[in-house]
Design a protein around this ligand. Structure first.
Ligand code: ATP
Length: 240
């Protein structure tokens, strides 16, 4: 496993024409912790994560993994594993064949394929065609793909989308085990309650701006429930 590097985002901004999608976003995600990046639809989560991974050029600011931008990492996929969309595998291919192809393309050893299939508990489905996969199985395949390089940092955009309750519980345990191994785990979601039992730290984004960041326990101190705390904090943000 590569080292769990801290993610440092400083003053990141991006506009799409008149839409100021991300404005002066600053936060840190630490190694050995699960950091939740939370906000309503359209808040700027995906745009921020895409800038983090060098897929969108920011208008201003920086995003660094242990001091280095993603595009300058010597071994990017061995350092940072990312899930931005569900696995884009050909429907007629199997999970195992898809993972082998990604290994070949990114220079990872094919021995990693069996390891990641086991890690995400996809063993019984590895040789089935992807076309028959449920959303949960596709999410597991996407996670397996991100883990091929045994990265110390995981960046996951809405990995619980479409999962059933059992899948959400599985994902929670899985993310915890990755952080316990010393990895940095940054996970976005628009569903606050889903993260209540999953994260150590929270970064709250609203209308492209950071509304709050810190430890989960401090956040819930702002209200009886996560939703109340969120509404209190975003109301303060609007009137500030
Ligand atoms: N390529 C683009 N062109 C124009 N506007 C965009 C583009 N990408 C994102 N936006 C806009 O930027 C804002 C932030 O979008 P973004 O997808 O980052 O939000 P999000 O928090 O990930 O939302 P969701 O939870 O719905 O995925 C939205 O107003 C969105 O419509």
């Amino acid at each position: 496993m590569s080292q769990g590097l801290p993610i440092r985002v400083s003053g990141l901004s991006k506009a799409f024409g008149p839409v100021r999608a991300v404005q002066d976003v600053t936060f840190t995600a630490a190694a050995g912790r699960v950091t939740g990046f939370v906000g309503p639809n359209g808040a700027g989560k995906s745009t921020t994560l895409r800038m983090l991974l060098g897929l969108i050029r920011p208008d201003a600011g920086s995003a660094l993994f242990g001091g280095t931008p993603y595009r300058e990492l010597p071994a990017p996929t061995g350092t940072v594993g990312a899930v931005l969309d569900l696995a884009a595998a050909h429907p007629a291919t199997s999970a195992r064949a898809q993972l082998r192809t990604v290994c070949d393309l990114s220079g990872h050893d094919r021995s990693r394929v069996d390891a990641v299939i086991e890690t995400v508990e996809l063993t019984g489905y590895a040789d089935r065609k992807v076309r028959g996969f449920s959303t949960g199985m596709r999410q597991r395949l996407a996670l397996a793909t991100a883990l091929l390089g045994d990265p110390g940092v995981l960046v996951l955009d809405e990995p619980s989308n479409g999962l059933d309750p059992a899948g959400i519980v599985w994902l929670r345990t899985f993310l915890r085990s990755l952080a316990d191994e010393g990895r940095t785990v940054l996970i976005s979601s628009h569903v606050l309650t889903e993260l209540q039992y999953s994260v150590d730290d929270l970064v709250l984004i609203d209308h492209g701006r950071i509304a709050w960041s810190g430890g989960l326990a401090d956040f819930t101190g702002h209200g009886a429930t996560l939703e109340q705390a969120f509404l209190t904090l975003t109301a303060n943000e609007v009137t500030a």
